[in-house]
Design a protein around this ligand. Structure first.
Ligand code: FE2
Length: 537
């Protein structure tokens, strides 16, 4: 074996790794005599001479989850049914898709390189284009012809020192003429919306005040402003949260620095007309654990579910109130708004159990994955209250659901329609028949739901017995201002053909597909995406 490169840590120190911790599972870890000195005996990571030639034989790299690693274009995708003429725009989505086998054997599936898919729909036809985000990680690994990045959000396990180690794999948004590929551990990468060429790391011309940028910025449909934040905003393990608003032309309007009560994951957040809300998962980070080569996150059963509430404009750091609810796991937000009494209504996925079961508690306890259920729940929060303990939320939807999408023209406002992924085995999925192709590590959803919050009626679209759905997007019907009037578009995994499909539903006829569009390839499970209409500047 030979040492391809040593990672030089902060202040010139090398990586401290205890060999018997086994934290670099596929590489070699040993005490390097060259690094031993009387003042600072060090241990360094040296990777095996031979880079892994295939992906680990693990569920997250098998079956449908086998990395695709495809860049290219296909025009005139096959269409079954008819795509309405009034649909004209592009569906962008991003998936974690490692270009090279990791040297971490049990790497989580979402540690892969961000790959952007663009589906252009016009004149009843669909074309497909896909490209990787050219991150520093991707480019340097391509040059080295092997993986160099270590564990998910643990720079102390990397084989080299990165300036920015993000994979840009969690969400892709369109803002101020650019696509921004997002992951919450770094600034965005900007891309050309037409060519998907990477333009580079995007710091808003140096205005970005934090080291991190959320994967779930919100847009005010009236003003076009983008409302964002970064957590661990001063670096790994810091409790600092940086809140900011950005004008449609990219100019920063406001920056407020907060200190969270715990260094926990703040994946999604909520925005009303006058407030922002920061839900903190009881998955907590500890810098010493990172330095030991451990996981970034650990479930903390003692930690409550905190919700930070801050005025949206003109706030000072001391204005934040940290409300709390009993230990539970908050997922994605559907929407938030203010009622006539000035209460904040936040609709959010909530589970009693640790949904990120692959990051257990300090004793190694994690729930059995099949026992985890997330439901859409409604918190009512009085921002003026001095009682910081939240009342039990109302269950809006009994089903196991996630990845809520709304008619974004009603974001931050009272709303009626919610669309989402749901899992209901009773719908008839052929689990025994497809089990060997499912792969693993990601949650399964076998249907799309539409909840009418006024009538509480639920409609369900079941795509087929050998199918699972990814996150949908809502497309407004051209010329209609009616909330929820339009189409729902979702990428669907077909385990019988081992290829991907787009299913297009008319929201006025939700239970039957308007069109099914076939891809000649399989796209791995993705995370988030957005519809960009062609009338958008
Ligand atoms: Fe997300």
């Amino acid at each position: 074996m030979h040492k391809i490169r040593e990672r030089t840590g902060e202040r010139g120190a090398s990586l401290h790794v205890s060999p018997d911790r086994g934290n670099v599972q596929d590489g070699r870890v040993f005490r390097s005599p060259t690094m031993t000195s009387s003042t600072s005996p060090q241990t360094t990571v040296v990777m095996a001479a031979q880079a892994p030639t295939h992906f680990p034989d693990r569920p997250q790299f098998s079956g449908f989850m086998k990395p695709c690693r495809l860049e290219g274009e296909v025009s005139h995708l096959e269409v079954h049914g008819a795509i309405p003429d009034d649909i004209d725009g592009t569906f962008y989505r991003v998936m974690p898709d490692p270009q090279l086998p990791p040297f971490i054997q049990d790497d989580p599936w979402f540690n892969g390189d961000g790959s952007i898919s663009a589906f252009r729909i016009n004149d009843g036809k669909v074309s497909f284009k896909q490209k990787y985000v050219q991150t520093e990680k991707l480019k340097r690994e391509r040059e080295a012809k092997r993986a160099l990045l270590g564990k998910y959000r643990n720079k102390y396990t990397d084989a080299v020192e990165f300036k920015v180690r993000t994979t840009a794999n969690t969400n892709v948004i369109h803002f101020n003429g650019k696509l921004l590929a997002l992951k919450e551990d770094a600034p965005p990468y900007a891309l050309d919306p037409e060519t998907l060429e990477t333009l580079g790391l995007h710091t808003f011309d140096g205005q970005l005040p934090s080291l991190t940028f959320t994967a779930h910025p919100k847009f005010d449909p009236k003003t076009g402003e983008m409302i964002c934040f970064g957590y661990e905003a001063k670096g790994d393990g810091t409790p600092d949260v940086c809140y900011y608003r950005v004008a449609p032309d990219g100019k920063f309007l406001e920056v407020v620095w907060l200190v969270a009560p715990v260094v926990g994951m703040i994946h999604d957040f909520a925005v009303t007309e006058n407030f922002v809300l920061f839900p903190i998962m009881p998955q907590v980070c500890d810098l010493e654990r990172l330095k030991q080569g451990g996981e970034h996150w650990q479930w903390s059963p003692e930690t409550p579910f905190y919700v930070g509430v801050l005025p949206r404009t003109g706030a000072k750091p001391e204005d934040v109130k940290w409300f709390q609810y009993r230990n539970s796991f908050p997922g994605h937000v559907s929407n938030a708004f203010e009622d006539s009494s000035g209460n904040l209504i936040m609709d959010i996925a909530l589970s009693d159990k640790n949904v990120f079961f692959w990051w257990p508690d300090a004793q190694g306890n994690a729930p059995e994955p099949s026992s985890i259920v997330s439901q859409l729940k409604r918190f009512v929060i009085d921002p003026k209250s001095s009682n910081l303990h939240l009342a039990d939320p109302e269950v809006l939807q009994e089903d196991n659901s996630e990845f809520y999408r709304i008619d974004d023209r009603f974001a931050t406002q009272p709303y009626r329609h919610c669309f989402y992924d749901m899992l209901n085995p009773a719908l008839g999925t052929d689990f025994p028949g497809i089990a060997h192709q499912l792969g693993g590590g990601y949650p399964l959803y076998n249907s799309l739901g539409h909840l009418d919050l006024q009538t509480r009626k639920v409609e369900v679209y079941f795509p087929g017995r050998t199918h699972m759905v990814q996150e949908p997007v809502f497309i407004p019907r051209r010329g209609s201002g009616e909330e929820g009037d339009g189409y729902l578009l979702a990428l669907v995994n077909n385990y019988a053909t081992m290829s991907s499909e787009l299913h297009l539903l008319d929201t006025k006829n939700f239970t039957k597909a308007q069109a099914v569009i076939l891809l000649p390839v399989r796209l791995r499970q993705g995370l988030h995406g957005n519809w960009v209409d062609n009338d958008k500047p």
